[in-house]
Design a protein around this ligand. Sequence first.
Ligand code: NAD
Length: 303
Amino acid sequence: MSNIGFIGLGIMGAPMSRNLLKAGHSLVVFDIVPDLVAPIVAAGAAPAKSCADAAARSEMIITMLPDGPQVEQAVLGTGGVLEGVRKGSTLVDMSSISPLVAQKVGAACAAKGVEFLDAPVSGGEPKAIDATLAIMVGGDAAVFQKMQPILQTMGSTVTLTGAVGAGNVTKLANQIMVACNIAAMGEALVLATRAGLDPEVVFNAVKGGLAGSTVLNAKAPMVIARNFKPGFRIKLHQKDLRNALLAAEDMKVSLPLTSLVQQMLMALMNEGKGDLDHSAIVTFIEEMARTEVKKAAAPAHTA
Ligand code: NAD
């Protein structure tokens, strides 16, 4: 069993740290929001005073933070992991961040004799609770092998995808496919609804064919039921597509569909929809067509 420092106890970090505790590991935990620390301490973890303190008391450190700036602050900043960490320790950043930032943090760790993996996840809160996340890892194969049993405590698939940064490139590829898929589904269902068809009938007609997908099965019923409770928030998906576009610019790659959907997400955030589920991308297309995707009203009963 290992001594693990866990930093970032939000929607994902809280259940992930609980699963590590259940597996018998000793945890030292930190979050800038004290109310999020107390329940994990009640479950058996020790509280840390700072990121540096959590790192000083552990041989492995896991971070689960919103985005690159928070990871840079928590690792490289004042009171950060690198101030307290011992040489030979391992840092695994499981946040979804820009691959460029992952490489920057990885290089700073290497300069201090600290091993680093980037290991973002897919699956959301339900899979974080069930410990069935898909974990996409970038880094050295030997470090991956050492950390694999710990990562398997939180996920059902743990895949080494390449060098440091590759985990986040894989996660961005995932996020591009999901976002464009939801937008395409929105255009399709708006067209069908405007033509007078019942979107539920259309969904059932196509889901077994080539257009069928996990995204369609998960998100079309939410749209038809007008249920946009997250799930995965619009503002987090906007952040992921922004990171995809930054990485693409660095590599001189054009991603026209990604940039279009990123603009839709930005407009939705300006409308106050940033905390809705990303299935609400469909509402952007609905507004342009003045057509809401919903089940057709039952015909009036005639005696
Ligand atoms: P969250 O905002 O709920 O949690 C992040 C936590 O980090 C917060 O509790 C915050 O207080 C803490 N934090 C911020 N800066 C800090 C610092 N400097 N030091 C210590 N703590 C700090 O976010 P989340 O939903 O748990 O997501 C975490 C990451 O996982 C994100 O990168 C997100 O894109 C990714 N992700 C989320 C989901 C999901 O469904 N929520 C799914 C897959 C991946």
